[in-house]
Design a binder for this molecule. Sequence first.
Ligand code: UT7
Length: 321
Amino acid sequence: MAKRSRLVGFGGFLPERVVTNEELATRLATSDEWIRTRTGITQRHVAGPEDTATSMGTRAAQRALEYAGLSAQDIDVVLVATSTPDQAFPATAVRIQAALGMTHGFGFDIAAACSGFIFALATADSFIRSGQVRNALVIGSEVYSRIVDWEDRGTCVLFGDGAGAVVVSATDESDSHGILSTHLHSDGTTGDLLYVDGAVGQPEKSGHLKMSGRDVFRHAVAKLSSSVDEALNAEGLTYADVDWLVPHQANIRIIEGVAKKLSLPAERVVVTVDRHANTSAASIPLALDEAVRDGRIQKGELVLMEALGGGLTWGSVLVRL
Ligand code: UT7
């Protein structure tokens, strides 16, 4: 029988240290007022020396497994969305596999910057629909504090560290719950709008994140808006059918723009950007974890997730929880 992917476990991890806007304002030419009014951010979590994409992703994964009532032995694939892996290889996914005590199945990383979780979830969905995988762990884990230039006020104030995870399990297609559709896009001609300047292959470069903020903002509003239409049109659904928007958390103004298009009231939009800032590929699973655990998102509700990031990459996942 044809399969559908159901989200059955949710987990998150945030490093202990919290850095407020006020603290940043003591060492940069910025202010709490500027950061809050332009982005909605008031604070971010920043990794300690021991926190890495592997360690944080493992903690989030363990919590998601516990929520699902499954063990690592039940998992067939580990997919990790990250732009800040501990090492060029082995993949963070493989390190997390080992940390979870798995020597079966397979794992690999997905590099799609802030859209990474959407790309990873869509990949898990394809494996499940094809019958190749029964249970998947999909993780977003990021330590952007290690790639931002802490002297560049235009970028460093925007990001935070953390990890989020979901367990995705195969169910029969007749089940009304599960992923309804996924839509992925990338356009490398816009690659210079948001990028990391160098990596292991170009060690002479700075290794810092660079962004043309205004241009990315413009693309985000337009592309996320068309993504929302694409996702709903594919299923013959309308804005009124959406119960929850769980967007990538880059900027409250972008989030509110998409919510307004959907005519969704603020209480139907999951927002963490105020407390987490932009945790890139971790932002959606962290938001999902929070809203499922505190009882806001209920079983059977229609959830629209969307993201845009460096690449540019963008996309959406529509799921009935
Ligand atoms: O997750 C991946 C996707 N990323 C995004 O979606 C980010 C999209 N872009 C944005 O969210 C916004 O463009 C930003 C929040 C990054 C910037 O907001 P903006 O309203 O576009 O500001 P701006 O870059 O046009 O800068 C306005 C002014 C500039 O000063 P002048 O040239 O007008 O004198 C900046 O130098 O604000 C200045 N500025 C700051 N001032 C205080 C830039 N950063 C800061 C700062 N504190 N931290």
